[in-house]
Design a binder for this molecule. Sequence first.
Ligand code: ATR
Length: 268
Amino acid sequence: MSDRYVVIGNPVAHSKSPAIHAAFAAQTGQQLEYERCLAPLDAFAATVQGLIAAGCKGANVTVPFKLDAAALADTLSDRAHAAGAVNTLSFTPQGIAGDNTDGAGLVNDILNNAGVAIAAKRVLLVGAGGAARGVILPLLQQGPRELVIANRTFATAEALAVRFGGVTAACEFAALAGQFDIVINATSASLAGDIPPVPAAVFGPGTLALDMMYASAPTPFMQFAAGHGATVRDGLGMLVEQAAEAFFIWRGVRPETAAVLASLRMPA
Ligand code: ATR
């Protein structure tokens, strides 16, 4: 019997993770099954216990359960601890191990797919919620010249800057000055068709503007950034890369991501 994995979320019907992991398994010759699991909003832990009892080996965790997964795990990786959130669970004889591959996914997408170095660059992280917190440590580990966090609610950005010692500054949008090499939208504004009000001057030719969200059309943030000269990128590459990192944790094999990302970008 092949090993079984799931992605747990609510909603979860539109998750691309089963297609991504099926492609990784086919490419690497790994025998596994990967399915969607809709957990009731008040029953994440019970759902996980049921999966373990049924012999499931691991789970990806998506909205809104990443904090519940961190609370449930018996052990946390350093990056999951720093993020305060878990997107990858491994069910082992020793217990439930929690990791967070979102930040590594973002960093690998920027380095390998966009071909842009982070070391010695001016990086602006827009937003200070869970998505932002999950990527700060892996970004800092790349050695940017600056990592500035800007958020609509300044106090939340300031709290993150205090929590992560290497952050250069927390900032209000209006106080942002100068062009950045990399601007990452980690707000949920795109979900509502909105744009965080960053000054246009943060973008320019030579800026990589990345929205962690993705949709069939460029998000308003991507359109705004492109209109001011930036090279733009959506969150699909990050999604594939975080999945590759989870696959590596579970199977000890690192899949090639380029072909899988290209196939997801092809019109259905
Ligand atoms: P997530 O886990 O997706 O990060 P979250 O923790 O609710 O979700 O955080 C949402 C982030 O998007 C926050 O940084 C939020 O700003 P506030 O802290 O000021 O609430 C930001 N956000 C959401 N909608 C926004 C908008 N329309 N403009 C600017 N920022 C927005």
